[in-house]
Design a protein around this ligand. Structure first.
Ligand SMILES: Cc1cc2ncn([C@H]3O[C@H](COP(=O)(O)O)[C@@H](O)[C@H]3O)c2cc1C
Ligand SMILES: O=C(O)c1cccnc1
Length: 346
């Protein structure tokens, strides 16, 4: 699969955007991160009057072979059960997307279950879960490429609906394990700094998770530090599909809303394939999962929110969405010093 081409936003409009932001009736810089966000959205959309159109959340779900090694506090069947819960409207991400008028789509990227057709569900099953990466590669090269291609296709279809802002969530018991190993390998950071307690492991279980994952990393020590190879070795289908989808979204000039730890690791994979994705990304929140703070630091990313959430599903994107609306709206609606007749500083 050919990676989509991502162009960096033209910087010509930057001075005008800054001028517009700085001339609003407030002390210089007083809207803090909202000002940075407004500038970013204006640059991505190449306009002084950016708009958020048809916001969409895509939740990619998949089963993980590594889950059979006892690395999660919850059983594997929760993955398909939660997909049914999403389709029934009962999960946290349903509540928050509904609250903010964000359209929600589920993707079966590789869940170990056959789902009935449902209008909100995209059937993109690559396989019935990955293999355990403890002693084999999680997926074949063909499966990995198929994930990336499918992610691209899904975003293209959403773009057709005139959407210009898209959030990326996930569901997959065991996927904090996959994400931790991906992060460790791609950033060359000791595993212990990347592994967290996921769904809530106790001390003993957490030690076991660390042991299992270290063993897996040792087994795959000769895997080249190349994002596609690393994804193939340790990835989840949902993570690889999300990476392909994120690249396509940036290539199409959409805002890419990154969620928690797993979504950020998918972003890291995409970023390692094309660093030009960065200006399109909004890091919505910092998860409490150990590893996320460090990952954001490595990406030089400032999250919009810190709420001690550690759920995934795209919930961080959904709760941060009103901040994007505020950023866009103040650009539109706030008076300037001139229009309001307020004296600017001398
Ligand atoms: C009921 C339930 C709902 C969830 N929604 C998201 N996750 C989150 O937890 C999982 C990752 O944690 P681990 O690696 O420890 O399995 C993922 O499915 C993630 O989306 C959930 C987990 C559970 C149990
Ligand atoms: O930050 C996340 O995405 C996360 C953390 C713990 C469990 N599931 C998801």
């Amino acid at each position: 699969m050919l990676l989509p081409t991502i162009s960096l936003p033209d910087q010509q409009i930057k001075a005008l955007l800054l001028d517009k932001i700085n001339n609003k009736t407030k002390p210089l810089g007083a809207l803090g991160q909202l000002e940075k966000l407004a500038l970013q959205i204006g640059l991505v959309q190449q306009t002084l009057e950016p708009q958020l159109k048809h916001p969409h959340m895509v939740v990619f779900a998949a089963s993980h072979g590594i889950a059979s090694e006892g690395v999660s506090a919850y059983p594997q069947e929760v993955t398909y059960q939660m997909v049914l819960n999403f389709l029934g409207g009962g999960a946290a991400v349903n509540v928050f997307t509904k609250q903010h008028g964000i359209q929600l789509t589920l993707v079966d990227a590789g869940v170990d279950h056959d789902f009935e057709p449902h209008p909100q569900l995209i059937q993109a099953k690559i396989n019935y879960g990955t293999r355990s990466f403890l002693n084999e590669t999680a997926m074949s090269e063909a499966e990995c490429m198929a994930c990336m291609a499918k992610g691209k296709e899904i975003v293209q279809a959403i773009k057709q609906q005139n959407c210009n802002v898209i959030g990326f969530g996930e569901m997959g018991i065991g996927n904090t394990s996959s994400a931790a190993v991906l992060m460790s390998k791609l950033l060359n950071i000791p595993l212990a700094l990347c592994t967290g307690r996921g769904t809530g492991l106790d001390d003993m279980q957490f030690q076991k998770k660390n042991r299992v994952l270290q063993q897996a990393l040792d087994f795959h020590q000769n895997v080249a530090n190349h994002p596609l190879k690393v994804l193939q070795a340790f990835g989840g289908f949902e993570i690889a599909m999300m990476a392909g989808a994120m690249l396509e979204a940036a290539s199409a000039g959409m805002l890419v809303l990154v969620d928690g730890f797993i979504s950020s690791v998918a972003f890291l994979c995409a970023y390692k394939m094309d660093a030009n994705i960065m200006p399109y990304a909004v890091f919505c929140h910092q998860s409490d999962e150990q590893g996320h703070a460090l990952l954001l630091q490595e990406l030089k990313a400032t999250p919009l929110l810190r709420l001690s959430m550690r759920l995934g599903e795209g919930t961080g994107c959904a709760v941060a969405y009103p901040l994007l609306q505020s950023a866009v709206t103040f650009l539109y609606e706030m008076a300037s010093f001139e229009s309001a007749g307020v004296s600017n500083k001398s």
